[in-house]
Design a protein around this ligand. Structure first.
Ligand code: NAP
Length: 244
């Protein structure tokens, strides 16, 4: 039986920007599937959403595990029949192990890419058949302004000195994937865009960050709910275009 409401999968939805994105989407009547590598970590998030009457479900999903991705796609297909929104939000930054090339090991580079790029690519490929069944599929790739080569090359940019090679290069790769996938899907109703949430107070962003969670989730929510006339293949923070 096809599901009537819009169905959104958010990866890394047990905390931080992912959970807040799920909250905001669910508050607008969207069915949210909380992608989470450890189901027990999503339990209180799920209970909180359901206590507010939201339609929320946990989907076990470790973006670095091919078996986990295959199982998640099969389950969503069986239970919901399609996917309308995919938010690739799961990400890591290896604080203390990531930095300039000379002091960042291959292990740190590979570990970061495994989640931020290869995981995102594999999840997206696995979910595409379900998104193609939607009348208005939307893919949001949670990138970062730190993935912008133009910002890194500009000595006047506020992020000019934020050189974390593994993280920054992985997000630049996410930006390239966004561009290529938007091209591949140009004749379909599916839109794909990259989001910079801002510097947000989370476990990753830290307490000194500028933005609260509510604002930090807004870019993902906007891109997930774009109208038919909306853009595809762009890179945004809130309403603004970022330089690649
Ligand atoms: P966070 O609080 O550290 O949350 C990261 C989420 O990703 C957690 O739910 C984590 O799950 C999940 N995750 C990590 N590896 C995973 C894997 N292999 N499989 C499934 N889930 C995995 O970070 P956040 O600040 O909310 O970041 C969310 C996204 O925004 C990331 O892509 C990040 O790069 C991006 N971003 C954040 C900022 C910022 O200032 N905070 C700025 C720019 C971009 P566990 O709890 O199981 O670890």
């Amino acid at each position: 039986m096809p599901h009537s409401s819009t169905i959104a999968l958010i990866t890394g939805a047990n905390k931080g920007i992912g959970l807040e994105t799920a909250r905001q989407l669910a508050a607008s009547g969207i069915t949210v599937l909380l992608g989470c590598r450890d189901e027990s970590r999503a339990r209180s998030a799920l209970d909180g959403l359901r206590a507010h009457g939201r339609d929320a479900h946990v989907v076990t999903l470790d973006v670095t595990s091919a078996a986990s991705i295959t199982a998640a796609a099969a389950r969503i297909g069986e239970e919901f029949g399609r996917l309308d929104i995919l938010i690739n939000n799961a990400g890591v930054m290896l604080h203390g192990r990531d930095g300039p090339l000379s002091t960042t090991g291959d292990d740190a580079l590979r570990e970061t890419f495994e989640t931020n790029f290869f995981g995102l690519a594999a999840v997206t490929r696995a979910m595409l058949p379900l998104l193609r069944r939607s009348q208005a599929g939307r893919i949001v790739n949670v990138s970062s302004i730190l993935g912008s080569v133009a910002e890194h090359a500009d000595p006047n940019s506020t992020i000019h000195s934020a050189k974390f090679l593994g993280y920054d290069a992985s997000k630049a790769a996410v930006n390239m994937l966004t561009n290529h996938l938007a091209h591949e899907l140009r004749d379909t109703p599916i839109k794909v865009n990259a989001a910079h949430p801002g510097w947000v107070k989370t476990d990753m962003g830290g307490e000194g960050a500028d933005l609260d969670l509510e604002t930090g989730a807004r870019t993902s929510v906007r891109l997930a709910t774009l109208p038919e006339s909306g853009p595809s293949g762009g890179y945004y923070h809130l309403e603004s275009h970022l330089r690649w």
